[in-house]
Design a protein. Structure first.
Length: 318
């Protein structure tokens, strides 16, 4: 598998340790800074500071209807709704031109929260947990294909692996488009993604295959847009142990002529993974080694074997 391009990610600036929060503090996230940071280029954004709020400042919160809440300072009642909407539209447009491959947002933030943000009713009472941050709402509407995740959810190993896999797939796709999308390039890209997609969504796997097979005679940019949307939607479907086992067994079928001991070792590793006795990295390592020994070029070209940098060790926990 060719080396993945270096992704460029947006991020809530406080997660990088920048003291931009209402209390002059930060929410430095060790995974984002220490593990993922050396492998990506961060684009920090603090909507509240960039829209003109001071540091320190009165905390803000969402109030009113969850579908279109107001953004109001809690202590002073200053209304920032219109200013944030104007700023968000302009800033997201700037971000779209940067070619981001993903975005990490701050959990529970009234400006940056992705889901379950508190929305306070105008008549008091406990807040509802059904809001979206004022800035992130614009971000998701303007860039619907962009992989976005909250830092809190990235503490879950499976969600973390899924997000990182998507940002690197997005980066590879953008590199292909930047080089000039051709039908041959699309076929080669799809071929390399097949097993990765199959582990997430068999339905997406079938639809992507039909889309690529039917690309002849259609404008390549139109096909590319449809392909990218379906690819990222398919990879967003959580991979399951059962689907991983299906993919591993499919890949093992390339070694029917290998020595019996080698085949048995691989079969046992897959069975152990199926029972939850070993992590995914164990059968994958054996598969990668066997593919090199036997010159299985199709497998060696699969993103499934190396969907993201190994130093992240994401599949050591799957």
């Amino acid at each position: 598998m060719p080396t993945s391009p270096r992704p460029r990610l947006g991020i809530s600036a406080c997660l990088l340790g920048q003291p931009v929060r209402y209390d002059s503090g930060h929410k430095r996230d060790p995974f984002c800074v220490d593990l993922l940071g050396p492998l990506v280029d961060w684009v920090p954004v603090c909507p509240e500071v960039e829209v003109g709020m001071p540091v320190p400042r009165p905390s803000v919160r969402l109030t009113g209807h969850s579908e279109s809440p107001a953004l109001v300072a809690e202590r002073t009642a200053e209304d920032w709704t219109g200013r944030m909407a104007t700023f968000a539209a302009r800033r997201v447009e700037q971000l779209s031109r940067l070619g981001l491959d993903g975005y990490v947002t701050k959990k529970d933030s009234p400006s940056c929260g992705l889901e379950r943000v508190r929305v306070y009713g105008s008549r008091g009472g406990p807040p509802r947990r059904d809001g979206v941050g004022a800035f992130v709402r614009v971000l998701t509407e303007r860039l619907p294909l962009l992989p976005i995740e909250e830092e809190g959810r990235l503490h879950d190993p499976l969600l973390r692996e899924s997000f990182v896999e998507r940002i690197f797939a997005h980066a590879r796709w953008q590199a292909l488009r930047a080089a000039g999308l051709t039908r041959g390039g699309l076929v080669a890209f799809h071929t390399a993604q097949k097993l990765a997609v199959l582990a997430h969504s068999p339905e997406g796997y079938r639809k992507l295959g039909k889309l690529v097979a039917g690309a002849k005679g259609r404008p390549i940019q139109e096909v590319g847009e449809a392909y990218a949307a379906l690819l990222l939607a398919s990879l967003a479907v959580p991979a399951t142990r059962g689907r991983h086992v299906n993919v591993l067994q499919h890949a093992a079928g390339y070694f029917k002529e290998a020595p019996r001991g080698e085949r048995l070792e691989l079969e046992e590793a897959i069975a152990d993974f199926a029972r939850g006795h070993v992590p995914l990295v164990v059968p994958l390592t054996l598969l990668r080694s066997a593919a090199r020994r036997h010159g299985a070029e199709y497998l060696l070209g699969q993103a499934y074997l190396d969907p993201d940098p190994r130093e992240l060790m994401l599949r050591n926990h799957a």
